[in-house]
Design a protein around this ligand. Structure first.
Ligand SMILES: Cc1cc2nc3c(=O)[nH]c(=O)nc-3n(C[C@H](O)[C@H](O)[C@H](O)COP(=O)(O)OP(=O)(O)OC[C@H]3O[C@@H](n4cnc5c(N)ncnc54)[C@H](O)[C@@H]3O)c2cc1C
Length: 397
């Protein structure tokens, strides 16, 4: 199809997770001609451990909508679900899909295979070969391609090693010996689920001692003092939590300090409901794997202290590291024009990248706007800022 005959729109939103859904809902409400692409809540539905509970509190787990009609509370009422805290994964997935049906019924389930930049606009190719032109593209593609796989495990086969990203079916490990690598929520919650499914589990964590969130509950019960120390988003420790809740202030802080705040706010830790569930799980902290080799009996792990473990499977809770060069849909020519900061796009106000009209939201914006953007709670700030920026831009033309 020639460019002139392609369907066209003002804004394409790539990805239908919490950030893409919130952004599209706000842009639509602002009167923009917006199209959103992708399977709704696919990452949450397919890439997280079955049985997982959300780490974020209920108040910080609403996907932002411009008229406050599609809240988690409203979804539960309409679906006849008893509100629970922490929120079960299935409830959150269904909530996101309900949000989409309420506010974005015309969402297009097709995935985007490529985004190219032309002199006037962007050309987007869909999985079935259809092309669309758009003046602006908002990339809300999440962290799926960014999983970290330490090199020690690179030679193992998929049956011997997997990343928490693969959304493993915990029941398949019943009766098996599993080493879980990592000290964050994914690793620790997967270990609890595996133990409950009667796997024999050991957690191997590099940090000297495991950390648990909410160890000082009294800090949250001091009325106005607590409110001064913690925002309702509950990202980061006392004081830092307040700063993190103000992404426009975060953006103005020098990068090296901003990086330190970001790393501190999201350092590996488990939710407060996990220690009890892990009571009978072997937790080895201050240890790391130096070699992993398959033999006829399973996978032999050698640790830094020279000790060995023989397991059937290694589950990597080793997290994610943003690197947008791994977004296969960004064309090589477009990639060349993008200015990066260690894998993150360099962004300015309105989530603008170095290419006019190309915007990044969610985790890829966290280096600029701070760690709130790793979480669902950041959808409120992001979608409001993005919509007001794009509307202003449109009216200035
Ligand atoms: C194990 C785990 C637990 C977590 N728990 C919490 C929690 O309790 N609370 C919280 O706030 N956050 C939590 N997070 C962080 C969570 O990932 C983010 O809050 C949230 O997913 C960000 O939303 P998003 O829309 O940016 O990304 P995603 O939810 O990943 O959505 C992006 C979507 O884009 C789609 N996509 C990608 N490429 C394309 C393409 N080319 N075309 C079309 N679609 C595409 C993907 O399939 C995906 O569905 C957790 C993360 C993990 C890994």
């Amino acid at each position: 199809m020639s460019q002139g005959k392609m369907a066209a729109c003002e804004v394409v939103v790539l990805g239908a997770g919490p950030y893409g859904l919130a952004a599209a809902a706000h842009l639509k409400k602002a009167g923009m001609n917006v199209r959103i692409f992708g399977r709704p809540m696919k990452f949450w539905a397919e890439k997280m451990p079955t049985g997982m509970l959300l780490r974020s509190p209920r108040i910080a787990s609403n996907i932002s909508d411009p008229i406050h009609r599609a809240t988690l509370d409203r979804f539960e009422v309409s679906a006849g679900i008893q509100p629970r805290a922490p929120i079960p994964l299935e409830t959150f997935v269904e909530y996101g899909r309900w949000f989409q049906r309420q506010l974005l019924p015309d969402l297009d389930h097709r995935e985007i295979v490529s985004v190219k930049h032309t002199e006037e606009d962007f050309v987007i190719s869909l999985e079935d070969g259809v092309l669309i032109r758009s003046k602006k593209v908002v990339v809300a593609a999440g962290i799926g391609p960014f999983q970290k796989v330490p090199s020690e495990f690179a030679s193992l086969s998929p049956s011997q090693v997997s990343h928490c990203y693969q959304g493993c079916e915990i029941r398949n490990f019943s009766g098996k010996r599993v080493a879980v690598i990592g000290a964050g929520q994914s690793a620790l919650e997967s270990a609890a689920l595996l133990h409950e499914a009667e796997a024999s589990v050991e957690v191997l964590a590099r940090i000297p001692a495991l950390r648990w969130i909410g160890q000082h509950p009294w800090l949250h019960r001091m009325g106005p003092i607590s409110s001064a120390l913690y925002s309702t988003h509950d990202v980061g420790p006392a004081g830092i939590s307040r700063l993190v809740a103000a992404p426009n202030i975060m953006r103005k802080i020098p990068l090296s300090l901003r990086d330190r705040i970001r790393t501190r706010a999201v350092r590996p830790a488990g939710s407060q409901w996990l220690p009890a569930r892990l009571q009978n799980v072997k937790l080895s902290s201050g240890r790391f794997v130096t070699a992993a080799q398959a033999n006829g009996h399973g996978v032999e792990l050698t640790l830094d202290d020279g000790s060995r473990r023989l397991v059937d499977h290694v589950l990597l809770g080793t997290g994610y590291s943003v690197d947008i060069t791994r977004y296969g849909f960004l064309s090589p020519e477009l990639m060349k024009q993008l200015v990066l900061m260690d894998g993150y796009p360099k962004l300015s106000r309105g989530f603008c990248s170095s290419i006019e009209g190309l915007h990044f939201i969610g985790a890829t914006a966290a280096r600029t706007f701070g760690p709130l953007l790793y979480f669902v709670a950041g959808t409120e700030f992001t979608s409001k800022q993005l919509a007001s920026y794009l509307v202003r831009k449109g009216s200035n033309r």
